[in-house]
Design a protein around this ligand. Structure first.
Ligand SMILES: *Cc1c(COP(=O)(O)O)cnc(C)c1O
Length: 548
């Protein structure tokens, strides 16, 4: 929609006005606010997918690198945003958007989030946050208690102690994982004799002092890519992140873990941390945490659990046993912006020991003074918003029991979908759901038979064709915009660990119905018909194998 551009004047008077509280219920801004709420709610309600427009065309709307010389009216600009941005956004809240870990949000967060923006508190230091600092410390205490179940005395001693912190609130799982490994690294290379510690003297001198040839962190091959970034920024190097084999069901193989640790030690490389994944990003499986804890204890390694996605399962008394052993971890990552249904930008890392974060403590003269309650002395990030308030509000408004219902319905729905897929003659469930995530692909029974019977070379070729088909179906479904599943690549044992492209589904949205799940499969069947050439190749090859 092209409307004639009205322009405002860039004068100081009108600038002052935009910093002043709007006058009343009839003010333009109030009206814009209402209109915007109406529009956004409409978008969230009935947009299945964004209006059809190619990314190239959208880029054209965002192609001007000039900062405007002339101010626009807020009302005009709002319309511009609705037209160019909102209408071409991805509708992540749709019940048929079942491909990713960030799903629908409860509506109460939208009005409440205004408190956060309006007050604009900076959590880096108490001078600019006051009540938000104790609130954030309480939220960290709640999550700490959810994991470690310490008694009330513990929390009254440590939760608000200036010298301690139970964890750090941050923008997401990536920063949380980096923070955990930062603490672990500094603990492993701490001050000793004349050596002042890695945080003072750096990695090079630390290695010379301790006589190591390198450092290593171990995680299963299903570990999240953020760990590579962590290894990189912490100076361990991406090759220092050692990949451990998975046994059945995408869970780490403890025996291989032990062997890898032994090999590293033989090369005089210090394995200082092992990561257990509680809810892998690709398959949703949980590592055997107790077994990893035991190995870490014997080896003197830091035990970190990456529960960015799966951590919320602890809210359900019916399912928290799936994460048994998490309470033995030295540190745990949880993303509130995944299964705790908080807007993006809410990650946390929790430490079992209230003293653990001392190894990354930083102080400065004008803020973060020693003995202050400033949260910034223990966070990688500097200035931070009051996101913790939204977690706090959700904990109260939804409550533990409410979260339990959300978690339970998601796990039950994944079970339902898994059984539904298994009952189809033309789909294959590739990974069983443990939490609310599963993977599958289109694989008609007779082609499956052929794949079983094929020799190594044929298997590879046929599987490649099937990969092409899965990619085509996923891409077409996304572009059609009725529903969305994501895709990833796995190496299933039953298919000789061949690279296998699969659909990936996360069933967190409580509004996703069984009917929607049925229709997702229906739609995928129809999309297969749009690839007749590829299907002909697959059929032909399958026939050849079966007739041989
Ligand atoms: C999502 C996720 C992360 C990364 O979290 P961000 O919030 O995207 O930074 C790390 N680990 C796991 C297992 C995850 O699922």
């Amino acid at each position: 929609m092209v409307s004639e551009q009205r322009t405002a004047d860039a004068n100081f008077e009108s600038l002052l006005r935009i910093f002043t509280v709007p006058e009343g219920p009839d003010s333009t801004l109030t009206q814009i606010e209402e209109e915007l709420s109406r529009n956004l709610n409409k978008f969230l309600r009935d947009h299945i997918v964004a209006e059809e427009k190619s990314l190239k065309d959208i880029e054209r709307d965002f192609s001007n690198a000039h900062i405007p010389e002339q101010p626009e009216f807020v009302s005009d600009h709002t319309q511009h945003l609705l037209d160019t941005l909102v209408s071409h956004s991805v509708h992540t809240a749709s019940p048929s958007f079942i491909g990713h870990m960030t799903s629908a949000l409860p509506y109460f967060l939208m009005p409440l989030s205004k408190i956060m923006i309006a007050l604009n508190q900076n959590l880096v230091k108490i001078e600019t946050s006051k009540a938000f600092t104790p609130l954030e410390r309480q939220v960290l205490g709640m999550l700490h208690r959810l994991i470690y179940s310490r008694d009330d005395n513990f929390y009254s001693s440590w939760m608000h102690s200036a010298e301690h912190s139970l964890g750090a609130f941050c923008s997401g799982g990536t920063i949380a994982n980096i923070t955990a490994l930062w603490v672990a690294r500094n603990k492993a290379l701490k001050a000793q004799g004349s050596f002042k510690g890695v945080e003072k003297e750096g990695l090079f001198k630390a290695m010379k002092h301790y006589g190591y040839e390198g450092l290593a962190v171990l995680v299963s091959e299903r570990g999240h890519y953020s760990l590579k970034k962590a290894a990189d920024v912490l100076g361990i190097g991406q090759e220092g992140l050692v990949s451990v084999k998975t046994a059945d069901n995408n869970r780490i193989c403890p025996q291989d873990l032990q062997e890898k640790i032994a090999q590293l030690k033989q090369q005089n490389i210090k394995p200082f941390a092992v990561i257990g994944v509680a809810g892998t990003t690709e398959t949703g499986n949980v590592d055997p945490l107790r077994e990893i804890a035991k190995i870490c204890h014997d080896e003197g390694c830091h035990f970190h659990v990456d529960a960015a996605w799966g951590g919320a399962t602890l809210m359900s008394n019916n399912h928290r046993h799936l994460l048994n052993g998490i309470e033995l971890a030295d540190s745990v990552t949880i993303d509130a912006h995944k299964q705790l249904y908080i807007p993006m930008g809410a990650g946390m890392v929790l430490f079992k020991d209230p003293d653990a974060m001392k190894s990354i403590e930083h102080h400065a003269q004008y803020i973060l003074r020693k003995g202050s309650k400033d949260l910034g002395s223990h966070t990688l990030e500097g200035s931070r918003s009051g996101m913790a308030m939204l977690v706090y509000a959700s904990m109260h408004i939804i409550s533990r029991a409410g979260y339990e219902l959300l978690i339970d319905q998601s796990i039950a729905k994944a079970r339902y979908f898994a059984d539904l897929i298994k009952a189809q003659p033309d789909f294959e469930l590739v990974s069983e759901p443990e939490l609310c995530l599963l993977t599958y692909r289109y694989l008609p029974a007779h082609i499956k038979q052929a794949l079983d019977k094929a020799d190594t070379k044929q298997k590879l070729t046929l599987n490649e064709l099937l990969n092409e088909l899965t990619k085509f179906v996923q891409k077409t479904q996304r572009e059609t915009g009725k529903s969305f599943v994501s895709r990833t690549q796995l190496n299933p044992k039953c298919w000789d660990q061949l690279n296998t492209i699969v659909f990936r589904v996360v069933l967190a949205n409580p509004l996703t119905t069984h009917e929607i799940l049925h229709s997702v499969l229906e739609e995928q069947r129809k999309i297969v018909l749009q690839a007749p050439n590829l299907m002909r190749q697959i059929e032909q090859m399958a026939q050849n194998i079966l007739n041989a």
